[in-house]
Write a protein that binds this ligand. Sequence first.
Ligand SMILES: [Mg+2]
Length: 276
Amino acid sequence: MRHLLLCTDLDRTLIPNGRAPESPQARRLFAKLAACPQVTLAYVTGRHQALIQQAMLDYDLPTPAFAIADVGASLYQVRGCQWQRWTAWDDHIAPDWGGTSHTELRQLLSGISALTLQEPHKQARHKLSFYAPMQTEPQALLAQIEPILRRHGVRANLIWSLDEATQQGLLDILPARANKLHAIAFLMAAQGFERDATVFVGDSGNDLEVLQSDLPAVLVANADADIKSRVANVSPDRLYLARGDFLGMNGNYSAGILEGVAHHHPDIADWLHQQR
Ligand SMILES: [Mg+2]
């Protein structure tokens, strides 16, 4: 088996917390693959560190070598239970905020009445997170924020999303280069992984940029129809759409990860077949 950097999203990609069923044994087989010395596992997620660790406990997930957390705003090297923040990544993205700190950025936006600061544990050094009313028109909100950022030399990645469960709008403000794709590229360069030795797996909106990039990628079968249609024009050489029927599994969650890795890496497909 050749060396592989296996980068995977968590919620509804590795973690089976969507409506679709999970194939029994798929996560166990995923853990077995992740335990191979040739495989370097990286979690790439919107979750912060404590929520990643909680998911690892709740779902019995393997310990990764790296974690790209907060949608790319934080990068960690993981050794056993030691999580070390990779400050070289912070140094890499900090210039995008032009020297403005988290606190200063919060103060700059304090006049925008639609924004309510999220709890301290949802903030990170390079992630400023607000709540906004569900009915907020995101374009209008961004039109209010962008001139303020521009005036202060802040180049930001603004991520608007909806939390259906709590009926709230969520706005994350990150340095412009703090996103999943850039963080993966940084990790690849730092660890010497070529493009062909890397696979990314995802399921939803904040994975799109990576799914549409030139990295070998996989979309799990349980992804929404909307995401499937948005990646329909990506070359099948780059992006594999899991559909099930690999080792009798359904292609959802970790079964989709295994199916996609097997597609991109026939030597791993052989290895997986031998594990059954
Ligand atoms: Mg996801």
